[in-house]
Ligand binder design. Structure first.
Ligand code: SF4
Length: 432
């Protein structure tokens, strides 16, 4: 079978770099498996191992440092038929450490080649998470302060289904990579290599001494019996198939004429507990029953039942390109918290703007027309003030009509909640 190596961009590494061995072994493994180029994706990390995607005539993705496993997982979930191989250095492995652990825990069918040469080679030989404490590196004494990460121990403990460790010059490397690719689950191959460009200039490291170090550690060659289990994507699809399918959104039928065929920018200033966001949604739905476009932008803090709740709503016969509001046409002021949040807006209002305010809520002086509504006189609970304010507009045939609002309520709610909301709307028929 023909080589997968890109003849237009032959692999170039520093003389003696064992990344070349890994490049050739991966090429050989792909050939052994009889894969077609379009069946393979190489996701490379950053650094010298990040050059791999350009050296192979396969699909490729080169992204942010430490994140290669996240991209690879997404690719594998979307296209399970592809063989996805990730090349990362020991530096990227540390930067994306949480992603490594998550991938081990999940067991997606990915093959991770860790090109482990104990330093950040490309950036000048700084210490990485696998640098031995006695090494001399380009970042001073920092490696003396840390315990090197044992990739085998960590990935086994985290749940990787297949874990191997061997030196990059070993003749069986291609076979080991092929086994990893064939394994249905997450395979990690910790490939120890030599970086003559940076690391072995200051640290004596030969194939023999490398092997002696590996020999002294826990052996790792293939499936990890206690971690072998169903592959993540297959498991996901099996469980997802048993779930109720998500209901498609119900279309809103455009059956009414709007009272005014023009854009409206409506700002609702309330507080938590007044169902401001739900009222905003109802106003958007009401606009849609008249064939208008609608956008909603909410602003509230993380607190529950406390703090401001503000909605910016844009309704328009034309598509809405921007969801924010600089100068509203209508302001609904329902609570001091929301009014304080947007206190500057009142000065900007034009004389033809309308402020509909709760009779008990004070606002700053404004050139706009101000209409006070007494929700208490209409026996409206605080939680319904926002809906009641919409009804007050509707019964003035301003922005929306009562029929539009009732249709929105009927679309949004069912049963007792719908009946209660319709009763709030009716209670405002006298104008409030
Ligand atoms: S810097 Fe090190 S890892 Fe990078 S190409 Fe040179 S020898 Fe290889």
């Amino acid at each position: 079978m023909a080589s997968f190596l890109n003849s237009e961009r032959p692999p170039v590494f520093c003389p003696g770099c064992t990344h070349k061995n890994v490049t050739e072994a991966l090429d050989k493994a792909l050939q052994q498996l009889g894969l077609a180029a379009q069946e393979v994706v190489i996701v490379s990390d950053i650094g010298c191992s990040g050059l791999f995607d350009t050296f192979f005539n396969t699909h490729a993705l080169h992204g942010l440092h430490g994140r290669a496993l996240t991209y690879a997982t997404g690719i594998k979930m979307a296209r399970p038929e592809l063989k996805v191989i990730v090349t990362m250095g020991d530096g990227g492995l540390g930067i994306g450490g949480a992603h490594l652990l998550s991938t081990c825990r999940r067991n997606p069918d990915l093959t991770l080649l860790v090109l482990n040469n104990f330093n950040y080679g490309m950036t000048g030989g700084q210490c990485s998470p696998t640098t031995p404490p006695d090494a001399v590196v380009g970042s001073g004494f920092l490696n003396r302060l840390e315990i090197p990460l044992d990739v085998v121990k960590v990935t086994r403990a985290a749940g990787a289904g297949f874990v191997s460790r061997l030196a990059a010059h070993r003749p069986e490397l291609a076979d080991e990579i092929a086994k990893g690719i064939e394994f249905e689950g997450f395979s990690v191959i910790d490939i120890w290599g030599i970086c003559p460009g940076r690391y072995s200039r200051r640290n004596k490291l030969t194939p023999k001494s490398l092997e002696a170090r590996i020999e002294a550690l826990e052996k790792a060659s293939g499936p990890v019996a206690e971690n072998v289990r169903e592959e993540y994507g297959a498991h996901y699809r099996r469980l997802a198939a048993g779930q109720e399918p998500a209901r498609p959104p119900r279309p809103v039928k455009a059956v009414f004429e709007p009272p005014q065929k023009r854009p409206w920018r409506v700002l609702v200033l309330g507080r938590a507990g007044q169902r401001v966001v739900t009222a905003g949604e109802l106003l958007c739905l009401a606009a849609m029953t008249a064939g208008m476009h609608a956008t909603q932008k909410n602003d509230y803090p993380i607190t529950v039942l406390r703090g401001h709740s503000v909605c910016e709503l844009v309704l328009s016969p034309e598509p809405v390109d921007y969801t924010g509001i600089d100068v509203p046409d209508v302001v609904i002021a329902l609570a001091p918290e929301g009014v304080a949040r947007r206190k500057a807006v009142f000065q900007r209002l034009k004389p033809d703007c309308l402020v509909l305010r709760d009779a008990e809520v004070s606002i700053a002086s404004t050139p706009a027309e101000v209409l006070a509504v007494d929700f208490r006189k209409a026996r409206i609970k605080a939680a319904d003030h926002a809906l009641a304010a919409l009804a007050a507009l509707a019964f003035r045939n301003l922005v929306l009509s009562p029929a539009m609002l009732k249709a929105a309520v009927e679309h949004r709610f069912q049963g007792a909640v719908r009946a209660a909301a319709l009763a709030v709307v009716e209670a405002m028929s006298g104008g409030g």
